[in-house]
Design a protein around this ligand. Structure first.
Ligand SMILES: [Zn+2]
Length: 293
Protein backbone atom coordinates (compact mmCIF):
# COMPACT_ATOMS: atom_id res chain seq x y z
CA UNK A 1 0.00 0.00 0.00
CA UNK A 2 2.47 2.59 -1.13
CA UNK A 3 1.35 6.18 -1.47
CA UNK A 4 -1.66 5.31 0.61
CA UNK A 5 -2.20 8.85 1.75
CA UNK A 6 -0.72 10.16 -1.45
CA UNK A 7 -0.67 13.86 -1.91
CA UNK A 8 -4.09 14.19 -0.32
CA UNK A 9 -1.92 15.52 2.50
CA UNK A 10 -1.60 18.71 0.50
CA UNK A 11 -5.15 19.52 1.53
CA UNK A 12 -5.05 22.44 3.87
CA UNK A 13 -6.72 20.87 6.82
CA UNK A 14 -6.68 21.81 10.48
CA UNK A 15 -3.26 21.83 12.07
CA UNK A 16 -2.27 18.39 10.95
CA UNK A 17 1.25 19.35 10.05
CA UNK A 18 2.39 18.13 13.45
CA UNK A 19 4.97 15.42 13.04
CA UNK A 20 3.14 13.26 15.60
CA UNK A 21 0.37 13.05 13.06
CA UNK A 22 2.40 12.88 9.88
CA UNK A 23 5.30 10.66 10.83
CA UNK A 24 4.76 6.95 11.18
CA UNK A 25 7.34 4.69 12.74
CA UNK A 26 7.31 1.75 10.44
CA UNK A 27 9.34 -0.73 12.46
CA UNK A 28 6.76 -1.12 15.21
CA UNK A 29 3.68 -0.51 13.17
CA UNK A 30 4.36 -3.34 10.75
CA UNK A 31 2.88 -5.66 13.36
CA UNK A 32 -0.32 -7.44 12.39
CA UNK A 33 -3.62 -6.37 13.91
CA UNK A 34 -4.59 -10.05 14.09
CA UNK A 35 -3.22 -11.20 17.40
CA UNK A 36 -1.98 -14.24 19.27
CA UNK A 37 -1.28 -16.37 16.21
CA UNK A 38 -4.90 -16.45 15.05
CA UNK A 39 -5.63 -17.22 11.40
CA UNK A 40 -6.87 -14.06 9.62
CA UNK A 41 -9.29 -16.04 7.45
CA UNK A 42 -11.10 -17.31 10.54
CA UNK A 43 -11.83 -13.81 11.80
CA UNK A 44 -11.94 -11.62 8.71
CA UNK A 45 -13.56 -11.57 5.32
CA UNK A 46 -13.73 -9.25 2.34
CA UNK A 47 -17.17 -7.81 1.75
CA UNK A 48 -18.12 -6.23 -1.56
CA UNK A 49 -18.79 -2.53 -1.26
CA UNK A 50 -19.76 0.05 -3.85
CA UNK A 51 -18.16 3.42 -3.15
CA UNK A 52 -20.78 6.02 -2.35
CA UNK A 53 -18.59 8.72 -3.91
CA UNK A 54 -17.15 7.24 -7.13
CA UNK A 55 -19.20 4.02 -7.47
CA UNK A 56 -16.11 1.85 -7.70
CA UNK A 57 -16.70 -1.71 -6.45
CA UNK A 58 -14.12 -3.22 -4.14
CA UNK A 59 -13.65 -5.71 -1.31
CA UNK A 60 -13.51 -4.16 2.15
CA UNK A 61 -12.11 -6.30 4.95
CA UNK A 62 -14.33 -6.60 7.96
CA UNK A 63 -14.43 -8.61 11.15
CA UNK A 64 -16.70 -11.66 11.31
CA UNK A 65 -19.13 -11.38 14.16
CA UNK A 66 -18.79 -13.78 17.08
CA UNK A 67 -15.36 -15.05 15.94
CA UNK A 68 -13.42 -13.04 18.49
CA UNK A 69 -14.04 -12.77 22.22
CA UNK A 70 -14.37 -9.39 23.92
CA UNK A 71 -12.04 -9.65 26.92
CA UNK A 72 -12.09 -6.10 28.27
CA UNK A 73 -13.22 -2.52 27.63
CA UNK A 74 -11.10 0.49 28.55
CA UNK A 75 -12.82 3.26 30.48
CA UNK A 76 -13.05 5.35 27.28
CA UNK A 77 -14.86 2.38 25.71
CA UNK A 78 -11.99 1.00 23.61
CA UNK A 79 -12.85 -2.68 23.09
CA UNK A 80 -10.16 -5.31 23.61
CA UNK A 81 -10.59 -8.65 21.83
CA UNK A 82 -8.53 -11.81 22.29
CA UNK A 83 -7.43 -12.38 18.69
CA UNK A 84 -7.88 -9.07 16.90
CA UNK A 85 -7.52 -5.32 17.30
CA UNK A 86 -11.03 -4.70 16.04
CA UNK A 87 -10.53 -0.92 15.89
CA UNK A 88 -8.48 -1.50 12.72
CA UNK A 89 -11.57 -2.86 10.95
CA UNK A 90 -14.07 -0.10 11.72
CA UNK A 91 -13.59 1.75 8.44
CA UNK A 92 -14.41 1.48 4.75
CA UNK A 93 -11.83 2.97 2.41
CA UNK A 94 -12.24 3.24 -1.34
CA UNK A 95 -8.96 2.43 -3.10
CA UNK A 96 -9.98 4.45 -6.15
CA UNK A 97 -11.00 7.88 -4.85
CA UNK A 98 -9.66 7.57 -1.29
CA UNK A 99 -12.97 8.31 0.40
CA UNK A 100 -12.83 6.73 3.85
CA UNK A 101 -15.26 6.73 6.72
CA UNK A 102 -16.69 4.52 9.44
CA UNK A 103 -18.78 1.45 8.52
CA UNK A 104 -21.94 3.20 9.63
CA UNK A 105 -21.25 6.54 7.93
CA UNK A 106 -19.91 5.38 4.57
CA UNK A 107 -23.25 5.30 2.77
CA UNK A 108 -24.60 8.35 4.55
CA UNK A 109 -22.54 10.91 2.64
CA UNK A 110 -24.76 13.70 1.36
CA UNK A 111 -24.73 14.99 -2.21
CA UNK A 112 -23.20 18.30 -1.14
CA UNK A 113 -20.45 16.53 0.81
CA UNK A 114 -19.74 14.20 -2.09
CA UNK A 115 -19.26 17.13 -4.47
CA UNK A 116 -17.09 18.96 -1.99
CA UNK A 117 -14.99 15.84 -1.45
CA UNK A 118 -14.42 15.36 -5.20
CA UNK A 119 -13.64 19.04 -5.68
CA UNK A 120 -11.17 19.18 -2.80
CA UNK A 121 -9.34 15.97 -3.64
CA UNK A 122 -9.26 16.30 -7.43
CA UNK A 123 -5.80 15.34 -8.62
CA UNK A 124 -4.56 15.04 -5.05
CA UNK A 125 -5.32 11.47 -4.12
CA UNK A 126 -2.81 8.92 -5.36
CA UNK A 127 -4.21 5.44 -5.64
CA UNK A 128 -2.37 2.68 -3.86
CA UNK A 129 -0.05 0.88 -6.25
CA UNK A 130 -1.53 -2.26 -7.69
CA UNK A 131 0.13 -5.28 -6.24
CA UNK A 132 2.32 -6.60 -8.97
CA UNK A 133 1.28 -10.15 -9.55
CA UNK A 134 4.45 -12.04 -10.30
CA UNK A 135 4.01 -14.79 -12.75
CA UNK A 136 5.25 -17.97 -11.25
CA UNK A 137 6.59 -20.46 -13.75
CA UNK A 138 6.11 -23.86 -12.30
CA UNK A 139 8.07 -26.28 -14.42
CA UNK A 140 6.91 -29.84 -14.72
CA UNK A 141 10.14 -30.99 -13.24
CA UNK A 142 10.10 -28.55 -10.33
CA UNK A 143 11.53 -30.02 -7.15
CA UNK A 144 9.47 -30.39 -4.01
CA UNK A 145 11.23 -27.67 -1.99
CA UNK A 146 10.42 -25.01 -4.55
CA UNK A 147 6.78 -26.03 -4.61
CA UNK A 148 6.57 -25.64 -0.85
CA UNK A 149 8.12 -22.17 -1.11
CA UNK A 150 5.56 -21.16 -3.68
CA UNK A 151 2.77 -22.36 -1.38
CA UNK A 152 4.15 -20.44 1.58
CA UNK A 153 4.49 -17.29 -0.55
CA UNK A 154 0.92 -17.71 -1.73
CA UNK A 155 -0.31 -18.13 1.83
CA UNK A 156 1.58 -15.04 2.94
CA UNK A 157 -0.05 -13.05 0.15
CA UNK A 158 -3.51 -14.21 1.16
CA UNK A 159 -2.85 -13.43 4.79
CA UNK A 160 -1.58 -9.99 3.92
CA UNK A 161 -4.67 -9.27 1.91
CA UNK A 162 -6.97 -9.95 4.85
CA UNK A 163 -5.15 -8.73 7.95
CA UNK A 164 -4.01 -5.12 8.18
CA UNK A 165 -0.73 -4.20 9.76
CA UNK A 166 -0.92 -1.37 12.31
CA UNK A 167 0.76 0.83 9.73
CA UNK A 168 -2.06 0.20 7.25
CA UNK A 169 -4.72 0.63 9.91
CA UNK A 170 -3.16 3.92 11.00
CA UNK A 171 -3.03 5.17 7.40
CA UNK A 172 -6.69 4.29 6.94
CA UNK A 173 -7.65 6.41 9.96
CA UNK A 174 -5.56 9.30 8.68
CA UNK A 175 -7.37 8.99 5.38
CA UNK A 176 -10.71 9.03 7.23
CA UNK A 177 -9.66 12.27 8.95
CA UNK A 178 -8.61 13.86 5.65
CA UNK A 179 -11.81 12.63 3.98
CA UNK A 180 -13.84 14.22 6.73
CA UNK A 181 -12.12 17.57 6.22
CA UNK A 182 -12.40 17.27 2.44
CA UNK A 183 -16.16 16.66 2.49
CA UNK A 184 -16.75 19.30 5.18
CA UNK A 185 -17.89 16.66 7.69
CA UNK A 186 -18.78 17.20 11.32
CA UNK A 187 -16.33 17.66 14.21
CA UNK A 188 -18.01 14.79 16.02
CA UNK A 189 -17.29 12.30 13.25
CA UNK A 190 -13.70 13.50 12.91
CA UNK A 191 -13.12 13.37 16.67
CA UNK A 192 -14.12 9.70 16.69
CA UNK A 193 -11.44 8.96 14.10
CA UNK A 194 -8.87 10.84 16.16
CA UNK A 195 -9.88 8.85 19.22
CA UNK A 196 -9.73 5.49 17.46
CA UNK A 197 -6.38 6.39 15.91
CA UNK A 198 -5.20 7.17 19.45
CA UNK A 199 -6.45 3.71 20.50
CA UNK A 200 -4.32 2.05 17.80
CA UNK A 201 -1.28 3.85 19.19
CA UNK A 202 -2.32 2.74 22.69
CA UNK A 203 -2.15 -0.85 21.43
CA UNK A 204 1.38 -0.13 20.26
CA UNK A 205 2.23 1.58 23.56
CA UNK A 206 3.26 4.74 21.77
CA UNK A 207 2.23 7.30 24.32
CA UNK A 208 3.23 10.60 22.65
CA UNK A 209 1.13 9.84 19.58
CA UNK A 210 -1.73 8.52 21.70
CA UNK A 211 -1.96 11.66 23.84
CA UNK A 212 -1.48 14.03 20.91
CA UNK A 213 -4.42 12.35 19.15
CA UNK A 214 -6.58 12.10 22.27
CA UNK A 215 -6.12 15.84 22.67
CA UNK A 216 -7.26 16.42 19.06
CA UNK A 217 -10.22 14.13 19.71
CA UNK A 218 -11.16 15.95 22.92
CA UNK A 219 -11.15 19.38 21.21
CA UNK A 220 -13.37 17.98 18.44
CA UNK A 221 -15.73 16.36 20.92
CA UNK A 222 -16.13 19.67 22.78
CA UNK A 223 -17.20 21.40 19.56
CA UNK A 224 -19.54 18.50 18.75
CA UNK A 225 -21.05 18.59 22.25
CA UNK A 226 -21.94 22.27 21.85
CA UNK A 227 -22.95 22.29 18.21
CA UNK A 228 -24.29 18.88 17.19
CA UNK A 229 -27.36 16.97 18.25
CA UNK A 230 -27.40 13.50 19.77
CA UNK A 231 -26.88 10.72 18.94
CA UNK A 232 -23.38 11.63 17.75
CA UNK A 233 -21.79 8.75 15.80
CA UNK A 234 -24.31 6.42 17.43
CA UNK A 235 -23.65 7.62 20.98
CA UNK A 236 -26.26 9.13 23.26
CA UNK A 237 -25.44 12.04 25.55
CA UNK A 238 -24.56 10.02 28.71
CA UNK A 239 -22.19 7.73 26.77
CA UNK A 240 -20.62 10.78 25.15
CA UNK A 241 -20.08 12.43 28.57
CA UNK A 242 -18.57 9.21 29.89
CA UNK A 243 -16.03 9.13 27.04
CA UNK A 244 -15.24 12.83 27.55
CA UNK A 245 -14.86 12.28 31.30
CA UNK A 246 -12.30 9.54 30.77
CA UNK A 247 -10.40 11.23 27.92
CA UNK A 248 -10.07 14.47 29.91
CA UNK A 249 -8.86 12.43 32.90
CA UNK A 250 -6.21 10.77 30.73
CA UNK A 251 -5.19 14.19 29.42
CA UNK A 252 -4.81 15.39 33.00
CA UNK A 253 -7.62 17.93 32.63
CA UNK A 254 -8.82 17.01 36.07
CA UNK A 255 -11.40 19.79 36.45
CA UNK A 256 -12.99 18.92 33.11
CA UNK A 257 -13.10 15.27 34.04
CA UNK A 258 -14.71 16.02 37.42
CA UNK A 259 -17.34 18.12 35.67
CA UNK A 260 -18.28 15.46 33.09
CA UNK A 261 -18.37 12.62 35.59
CA UNK A 262 -20.11 14.78 38.21
CA UNK A 263 -22.85 15.72 35.78
CA UNK A 264 -23.38 12.03 34.97
CA UNK A 265 -23.54 10.90 38.58
CA UNK A 266 -26.12 13.54 39.49
CA UNK A 267 -28.29 12.52 36.54
CA UNK A 268 -30.95 10.11 37.78
CA UNK A 269 -32.02 9.10 34.31
CA UNK A 270 -28.79 7.37 33.27
CA UNK A 271 -28.70 3.60 33.08
CA UNK A 272 -26.84 1.36 35.52
CA UNK A 273 -24.14 0.39 33.04
CA UNK A 274 -23.14 4.02 32.46
CA UNK A 275 -23.44 4.83 36.18
CA UNK A 276 -21.13 1.94 37.09
CA UNK A 277 -18.55 3.07 34.54
CA UNK A 278 -18.79 6.68 35.72
CA UNK A 279 -18.23 5.52 39.31
CA UNK A 280 -15.15 3.56 38.22
CA UNK A 281 -13.73 6.64 36.51
CA UNK A 282 -14.50 8.74 39.60
CA UNK A 283 -12.46 6.34 41.73
CA UNK A 284 -9.40 6.60 39.47
CA UNK A 285 -9.93 10.35 39.34
CA UNK A 286 -9.71 10.57 43.15
CA UNK A 287 -6.36 8.77 43.01
CA UNK A 288 -5.18 11.19 40.29
CA UNK A 289 -6.22 14.17 42.43
CA UNK A 290 -4.37 12.79 45.47
CA UNK A 291 -1.23 12.22 43.38
CA UNK A 292 -1.36 15.82 42.19
CA UNK A 293 -1.46 17.24 45.73
ZN1 LIG B 1 -14.47 5.84 -4.37
Amino acid sequence: MKNFLGSIQELEVGNLDDELFLETSYEIEDRSTVLNGAEPENILFAKKVVCSVCEFEFGNIIQKTKKAKLVDIDADLRPIYDVIDSVAYDLISCPKCGYTSSLSMFNKIREKEKNRYLENTEGKYVQPEEEIEEEIDVDVEVDVDVEVDVEVEEEKKQEKKLAYTYKEAIDRYKLAIYSNYAKGGTSGERAFYFMKLAWLYRSLERRSEEYFLLDQAYEGFLIAFNEESFPIMGNDEPTFKLVLGEISRRLNRIDDSKRWIGSLLTDRSINERVRKRAEDIKEILMVDVKKKK
